[in-house]
Write a protein that binds this ligand. Structure first.
Ligand SMILES: [Mg+2]
Length: 210
């Protein structure tokens, strides 16, 4: 069936920032010599939060991270974190503009489905000058991947068979949407995943597929 709706993950699929630099700058003033430890665990903790809860919410995230890390993870730190993500320039993944232009030309409906806060994510898309390609940007305050509602929201008026999702996370952008009948393509630029996955190393390979 012809695909009409293209659902893009944001981080490490469209845009990649220097996460290490941003997070170190935010955490260092609060956590001092514990910063390295926080950095080591933060990705796992966010994953755990996203699986456990349906949405991102400052107070709940603050409580969760405080309990899990044993460090005082105040809402203020979360706010600083969001702001820092917005102000640090992103690197655009190779072929993004070429692919988005191609899909637009073919009248495809394009949306973003990302787990982080809308304030940061929308600003990042605007800074990268790709915001206007997308009809909608679905963010973590409303529904987190891999919960079913996230994919249902992102499908909009389209049925699952008309949609395709592109992202770099096996659990959030590949396995979960496939469970709901949405075609998924894994973006695996470093070729770290098994060939059994439907995947591309370059985003522009999608032009041949759709
Ligand atoms: Mg991603």
């Amino acid at each position: 069936m012809e695909k009409k709706r293209f659902i893009f993950d944001l981080d490490r699929t469209l845009l990649t920032c220097n996460y290490q630099k941003v997070e170190t700058a935010v955490f260092e003033p609060f956590f001092r010599d514990k910063t390295e430890l926080v950095m080591k665990n933060i990705a796992y903790l966010l994953d755990e939060y996203e699986t456990m809860y349906q949405t991102y919410e400052d107070k709940r995230l603050s409580k969760f991270l405080t309990e899990k890390s044993g460090l005082e993870f105040t809402p203020e730190i979360i706010r600083e974190w969001k702001n820092a993500m917005m102000s640090e320039a992103d690197t655009m993944e190779e072929g993004v503009i070429e692919l988005l232009d191609y899909l637009k030309e073919k009248n495809k409906s394009l949306v973003v489905l990302t787990n982080w806060y809308g304030k940061s994510q929308k600003a990042r898309l605007r800074n990268a000058k790709i915001y206007d390609y997308f009809e909608d940007v679905f963010t973590g305050e409303y529904q987190l991947k891999p919960h079913p509602r996230a994919y249902i929201n992102a499908m909009g008026k389209f049925n699952p068979r008309e949609c395709v999702i592109i992202g770099d996370s096996i659990s959030k952008d590949y396995s979960a949407p496939r469970l709901h009948g949405i075609e998924a393509v894994l973006y695996d630029k470093d070729n770290i995943h098994d060939d059994n996955y439907v995947k591309v190393k370059k985003l522009t390979e999608l032009k041949k597929k759709y």
